[in-house]
Ligand binder design. Sequence first.
Ligand code: PLP
Length: 454
Amino acid sequence: MDMEATKIVLDEQDMPRQWYNIQADLPTPIPPPLGSDGKPISPDDLASVFPMNIIEQEVSTERWITIPEPVREMLTLWRPSPLYRAKRLEAALGTPAKIYYKNEGVSPAGSHKPNTAIAQAYYNKEFGIRYLTTETGAGQWGSALAMSCKLVGIECKVFMVRISFDQKPFRKIMMKTWGAECIASPSPLTAVGRKILAEQPDTPGSLGIAISEAIEQAVEREDTRYALGSVLNHVMLHQTIIGLEAKKQFEKISRSPDIVIGCAGGGSNFAGISFPFIYDKIHGRDMRIIATEPEACPTLTRGPYIYDAGDVAKKTPLLAMHSLGHGFIPPAIHAGGLRYHGMAPLVSHVLKHNLIEATALPQTECYEAALLFAHTEGFIPAPETSHAIAQTIREAKQAREEGKEKVILMNWSGHGLMDLQGYDAFMSGRLEDYPLPDELLQQSLAAVRDHPKI
Ligand SMILES: Cc1ncc(COP(=O)(O)O)c(C=O)c1O
C-alpha cells in the first residue's frame, strides 16, 4: 500500500482567514433575484427575513471576505477538517486513481452545515436578533443551526420535513439537546402548513413547504429572522472554507485534483469544495468538477434553468436557477437533504457556463457505494454523501479502464449515524430506484410556465 499519510491535516493557525466569493470571478454576473412584479429586488426587500449584515454578504462582489474572529474561534472546535486518502477504497477498486475525501462529518452536528450555521447565528446575534427560524430536510441543517444558536446565545425553531421527522427520530432529540424546538412540517402552526394539511393530510412534506413555514413565522416578529441552510450566495460563501482548506492540504503533498466531486441538494457542500477550484479552472487549469444528485430529484440534469421561487408558497424572491417547479414534492427517498426542487443560483450559473458537469444517480447504486465505503474506510456516510461516493467510484473505475493515475477529490459531506433506517431498508432489500417519471416533471413545470425565462 502507498506510504503516503492517510490523513493530511492543517494546524489551527493555517485555517483560512477569509472566505472566497466566486461572484468576483464569474464570466458574467448572476441574474438578479426578482420580486413578484418581475423587477429586481433591492436589499431592503429582504430586511424582514434576513439581518442586513448577511444581506450585504449576499450581494457582495468582493473576492475575499474576512471571517470574523469569534466565528473562526468557534470553527476551530472541529476545523481544519482532515483530508483523507482513501487507500483502502482504492485497493478494493483496483484503481490507479488516487482518491481523497474531505471529511466534513467531524463537526459536532455531523456535516458541513455548521460552517455556515455558526456564521449565520453570529451575524444575527450581532444584529440584535433573538430568534431564528429555519427548515431542515435530513435534520443535519436543523441540528447544525440548533447547536450554533446555543453557542452564540439565541433561540432556534426548526420546521423539519415530515418524512425525515418520522425517519430520523434521533435528529429531533439532538436539536432538543441543543435547546431548539423541532416541529414536523407541514404543521398547524402556520397558514401555509394548515392549507397544505387540509389538502393533503398524508403528504411527506418537502423542503419547499418547510421553508414557507419558517419564513412565515420569521416575518411576523421584529426580533426574529430566518436562516437558510443552502441555496443562497452567502451560504455558498461560508462553505468555501472546505475547498480553501483542501487546496492548502493538496499543496502540502504537492498534488492537485484532476476531478472534484460533491453531491448537490441546494448546492452548498458542492460549492464549498468546488468554488476555490473553479477559480483555478477559470484561470486556465484543466480539471473536471462534478455535481451529483438523485435521479428521483434531478434538478440540475432535468430541470430547466428558469426564474422560480425557493419555496412552495412563493414567499422568497424569484431566483435564477435550475428548478423542478416550486410545488414539486420529491419522492420519499432517504437522502432527505437532496430532496429540493431548486438549486443555488451560483451553482446553476457555473453549470450554464460549463465550468461544472452534473450527473443523476439511482439510490441503490448510492447505497451500494456507501456500503463499500463503510467496509473499506470504516466511516458510515450520510445518504446524501453516498451520491458523491458513487460518482467517485464510477470515475475511479473509468481511470482503471483507461489505466490513468487520476487524482480525485470528493467532499464527504456528513456521517450517516442518524440515518440508519435507510441502510436497514437497503440491506433488507426494501429499497427501489425511482427515476422521476416525465409526466410528473411536466405536471410540476406547468405551474412555472409563465415565469420569466433567463
Ligand atoms: C450530509 C449532507 N450532505 C449534503 C446535503 C445537501 O445539501 P447541500 O447541497 O446544500 O450541501 C445535506 C443536506 O441536508 C446533508 O445533510
